[in-house]
Write a protein of this length. Structure first.
Length: 143
């Protein structure tokens, strides 16, 4: 299998796992992540964290906030892979309930994911997701 074919298959598994994640099911999603101390995640609910134990906790806590979700699309901005490292930038789109909401609604996330080959499998070593999918005013970065 070529680098491109293997990477594409890993991204397909990632997309399928994301569909489960927005239903609150995160086991297939967690299985895609590296369990190393250098793994990082920055999701829209929590600050960035590092190390598998912390990342797993964040994934569990984030998944608990989603329910009744479904994927409505993945818009690829770029995908690039070498034999051992690759990344994607995408807009992920879902329709889901979030944080105890009684009604599902549309969700769009800007996502950057970095994957590397570990023992022959592609594993996620970094994921950053945030809701910025349209231009924001300069003041939006002030705290």
């Amino acid at each position: 299998m070529s680098t491109s074919e293997g990477f594409d298959a890993a991204i397909e598994r990632y997309h399928q796992a994301a569909g489960e994640f927005v239903k609150g099911n995160n086991e297939s999603y967690k299985a895609l992540f590296s369990q190393g101390e250098d793994v990082t995640v920055a999701n829209p609910f929590f600050p960035v964290t590092r190390g598998w134990e912390n990342v797993e906790d964040r994934i569990d806590r984030a998944a608990a906030r989603w329910s009744d979700g479904e994927v409505t699309g993945f818009e690829n901005v770029i995908k690039y892979a070498t034999p051992d490292l690759g990344y994607i930038v995408e807009i992920e789109r879902f329709h889901a309930k979030i944080g105890g909401s009684q009604e599902a609604g549309p969700v769009a996330l800007r996502v950057t994911s970095i994957l590397r080959r570990e023992d022959g499998d592609w594993k996620i070593v970094h994921r950053h997701a945030d809701p910025i999918t349209t231009e924001q005013p300069p003041e939006s970065v002030k705290q």
